[in-house]
Design a binder for this molecule. Sequence first.
Ligand code: NI
Length: 395
Amino acid sequence: MNSEQIVSRAKEIQPWIVGIRRQLHQQPELMYEEFETSKLVQSTLDELGIEYQSDLAITGVLGTIGNGNGPCVALRADMDALPIHEQADVDFKSEIDGKMHACGHDCHTAMLLGAARLLKENEDLIQGTVKLIFQPAEEGGAGGEKMSDEGVLENPQVQRIFGLHVSADLPTGTLAARAGTLLAAASSLKIVVHGKGGHAAMPHKSIDPVSTAAKIVVELQTIISRELDPLQSGVISVTMMHGGHAYNVIPPSMELQGTIRSLTLDGLQHLQTRIKTVAEAIAAANQCAAEVSFPGNDYPPTLNDELSWAAGRAATEEVLGEGRVIEMPPVMGGEDFAFYTQRVPGCFAFLGVGNPELGATYSVHHPMFKVDEEALPYGAAIHVNCALRTLDELR
Ligand code: NI
């Protein structure tokens, strides 16, 4: 099957792909609760006659197409939604208050099912194995790590893995990525500053955690501006400051939360060490105590292997046309696809779903986020072409 045939068949099944996407969009489920989403994936694979394993990392599904032996390529989609109340004006709006597919994972799942259908129709052409990974909990739950721990990259061993993420910052019909580091290592940050509460008119009888917390927020920025090599990238963003309930009461404690980013895991660990030292020292200098932690899962940086990007790029150009693939600089977003590329070579890329005429201009995680569904068959076709080309190359 050549790339033209792949694209035209993907366009033929566009209504089917879009139907699945809209069904998922109306019923968003948060991380590790993707039970109905997982059931829909499984029933679709059943209809297509594709074998799969379910209940991996709670709701994950691993489909297999081909002869069950090597060479082996994996394609990955994530299934979880976000705790955001949808404000987009679409007639298949989220039916669950406070939950929304605002990161497009509904599109990722539907595009991979589209690819599954095309690959199954041409299974006789597959000399090797294509694994279809439907994972839970990309949004901070490290679902990719759990799926890897449960062995989805083994038996047969995955030699290359590909993943797509929709982006309304790119126009439909384009794709962007790069070789090397594409996305940052990420960690969350929590600091509790303990002081001593009391009457706000008599500060000398209290130990004020509010002014101490404010100093910590400001001082953390100098780790980036004064300690980091200016040619290295790092981010410390304090995004929440909570404390106090009355205008005339000094609260006993303040809580800060935020996120840290670096383009390397070493860089991330360095920032964590320095944040702990700086916050504890400022607290001590102000007679407070700081409790510093980095809750949740640290995400490694997403590294695109050079050969995988070359293969992905060539396969995408065949689908979208010359000049439609963009080399982009790294960005400080995090992505748990990184857990796969820690173990096997692979490539992650952004698929354009932006279209100002449709209002598909908002970035992911925005309550007005919208996609141009014309891009979905392209995503399915890119998956298929990447898999088939790579299997040919690996043979
Ligand atoms: Ni996402």
